[in-house]
Design a protein around this ligand. Structure first.
Ligand code: FE2
Ligand code: FE2
Length: 302
């Protein structure tokens, strides 16, 4: 492809990243440019979208959705900071033994800068709306609490947890978009949902690379799916009977406050997307929660 033409293509999320480095001869410079093009063509302006919102036209449900979204999005920066650190550590760990895996992890850490930036848009757009509407102010104390950096975990568990978190966010924002009567608000929810869906696709790609390298067993991804989908699991978020005091950091899904409002949701869609992500990452197909538990038990005892 001629150089000028190559500038017009929009970049892609490489689905088989391990193969791209190990078999197709792709380099970090080349993959980073792919990430950059993809990010650049998807940029948008929070200020522009805010101009189109009729603030007098927002419902109570809209306000509950956007206030919780702003607070939840505060935890994405520590998530991205943690990812940058974990990915670089993993990269250096595998550098001699498996350079392709090391490159995948460096690509992941490199992409974390775009992820961090995109999440900054989400955090700011919702928190500015909440301030403009005079909703409960988020104190500096809460802000700082929500910025606590997550502790490190195994790389595949981390990656699949992020896949799951992005799935939950995508569906939540899509449901909020469907529920609102205010076109400007709907455009914002849809834009943010589109970002979250792309983040999910990136995390699936990095998680798949870990499994494809043969260094990370599929059971790690299943362990996270099981953690979320088991009875009274993380998927229930703030509705769980028992929410552990994590001490170290804030998990946004533990702290949603909806009062007497029923927030828009589609749990069935979240389940389907997790089943699909598990298959893309591990190659193992499951179609119900019971199968996740069965498969996880089999993989653990194998
Ligand atoms: Fe977000
Ligand atoms: Fe996201």
């Amino acid at each position: 492809m001629a150089f000028a033409d190559s500038l017009l293509d929009k970049g892609e999320i490489i689905p088989d990243l391990y193969d791209a480095f190990s078999k197709k001869g792709r380099s970090l410079i080349d993959v980073t440019w792919e990430q950059h093009k993809f990010h650049e063509q998807r940029r948008w302006s929070a200020a522009e979208l805010l101009k189109d919102v009729n603030f007098d036209n927002l419902s109570k449900v809209d306000m509950v959705c956007l206030w919780n979204a702003g607070k939840a999005e505060l935890t994405t920066k520590p998530g991205a900071d943690r990812l940058a650190r974990v990915a670089d550590t993993e990269c250096r760990r595998w550098l001699k033994e498996d350079p392709a895996l090391a490159a995948c992890m460096q690509a992941c850490g490199t992409w974390s800068r775009y992820w961090n930036e995109e999440e900054a848009y989400h955090e700011n757009i919702f928190n500015m709306m909440a301030e403009r509407l005079g909703l409960e102010h988020i104190s500096d104390e809460t802000f700082i609490e929500y910025r606590k950096v997550f502790p490190d975990d195994n790389a595949l568990r981390t990656m699949f947890l992020l896949v799951t978190s992005e799935i939950i966010a995508t569906v939540n924002y899509l449901r909020c978009a469907a529920a609102t009567q205010e076109p400007g608000m709907q455009a914002i929810f849809k834009q943010v949902a589109a970002d979250e869906a792309q983040h999910m696709r990136y995390f699936i790609s990095f998680a798949k690379a870990l499994v494809d390298s043969g260094k990370y067993p599929a059971k790690d991804a299943f362990a996270i799916a099981q953690l979320f989908l088991r009875e009274d699991g993380e998927m229930q978020g703030h509705k769980r009977k028992q929410i552990e005091n994590r001490g170290t950091h804030v998990n946004w899904w533990d702290h949603l406050e909806t009062g007497d409002i029923v927030a828009p949701d589609d749990v069935g869609q979240k389940h389907k997307m997790i089943f699909s992500a598990l298959e893309k990452v591990t190659g193992i197909r499951v179609s119900c929660i019971a199968e996740i538990e069965e498969t996880w038990m089999e993989l653990v005892s194998a």
